[in-house]
Design a protein around this ligand. Structure first.
Ligand SMILES: [Zn+2]
Length: 330
């Protein structure tokens, strides 16, 4: 069951009748909020249309109730005071509150879309895109973005889910992830996984034609390095090396990568299939075995830390670039 909203309902400045207020919002919990037509009209096409309709004449009755004495039009709204407090604070003061839960944010977003309050929707969208303001579960954010058609938020959140293994993906607060949206997310994760793993992965090619061939020789093509003078290319130690082509500008350098470097690439590829984010390739569990193996070679041991660290940084950036290029079908 979805959690319920828990927006704070403190006394509000809008409950105080200012002389220049010209309309009253009557909330679902029967609070009267004194507001200004001009503000609502500018912010909302729904209110603008409503205020353009012929308004009932003031009652001029003999009642002594406070509302009747105000002589202002009353607009009933189906949200409670807490929701309208947030909306009005955002409209009047341009303050975006710190929402305690994504369900709180959802009820405000629901009202913003109902009344066509574009400014409110944009501010919430901005808050959801700011990681410091949005500490929520990425799947919750993705679900919310799909429900309210916030494409940039959906893309951002889908990418954030990549840091979590599939079995840890769950929406903690929203339990209304539409099946089709979830399916699109899974398809996106598969494409992101392939793109990330492809940066580290070796391929098999026919050495005669250079074309991909399952029965061919292991080969690595790299087009994202600033140089080709790394010790794992320059040295000829150890076994299990792999042919590679390193493209620098318009030149292609045919090199042989050392066995410990190839083993690192294989570990990185496996890790990226689990978690397709660039930072994964810097994990000590992936790099330390390469440092240890290179330590057995007199030449490599002097250069491996600096060289592999630089290589790994370049690869992490390339992984993030490859994943960022994967489209989310929204
Ligand atoms: Zn060596």
């Amino acid at each position: 069951m979805e959690a319920t909203a828990s927006l704070p309902s403190a006394p509000s400045i809008f409950e105080i009748h200012e002389d220049d207020a010209d309309v009253i919002l009557n909330t679902s919990d029967d609070c009267k909020l004194f507001v200004h037509k001009l503000i609502l009209r500018k912010a909302s096409a729904v209110f603008a249309t409503m205020f353009d309709l012929p308004q009932p004449a003031p009652s001029h009755n003999t009642s002594t109730s406070f509302l009747d004495m105000c002589d202002l039009p009353v607009v009933p709204v189906s949200e409670d005071k807490a929701v309208w407090d947030v909306i009005l604070c955002m409209l009047y003061r341009h303050e975006t509150p710190s929402f305690a839960s994504i369900v709180d944010l959802k009820v405000v977003l629901e009202a913003a879309q109902k009344y066509d309050l574009e400014f409110i929707t944009q501010r919430i969208e901005h808050a959801l895109l700011c990681p410091l303001r949005a500490p929520w579960d990425p799947l919750d954010v993705y679900a919310l973005a799909c429900l309210y058609n916030l494409e940039s938020v959906a893309v951002h959140a889908a990418r954030a889910t990549l840091a979590l293994p599939l079995e840890q993906l769950c929406a903690h607060e929203l339990h209304a992830v539409p099946a089709a949206a979830f399916q699109r997310l899974l398809a996106y994760r598969l494409r992101a996984r392939d793109a990330a793993a492809g940066v580290a992965g070796l391929s098999r090619v026919s050495m005669a034609t250079g074309a991909a061939w399952p029965g061919g020789k292991l080969f690595k093509r790299i087009e994202w390095l600033p140089r080709a003078t790394y010790t794992f290319f320059a040295c000829d130690c150890g076994a299990g090396g792999v042919e590679c082509a390193v493209k620098l500008g318009s030149d292609v350098h045919m090199l042989s990568g050392r066995g410990y470097w190839r083993a690192y690439l294989e570990r990185a590829e496996a890790a990226l299939k689990e978690q397709p984010v660039g930072s994964v390739v810097r994990e000590p569990a992936l790099m330390v075995p390469a440092f240890k193996a290179a330590g057995d070679c007199y030449h490599c041991r002097h250069h491996i830390y600096e060289d592999l660290s630089e290589f790994v940084d370049c690869m992490a950036k390339e992984v993030d670039k490859a994943v960022a290029a994967v489209p989310l079908k929204f």
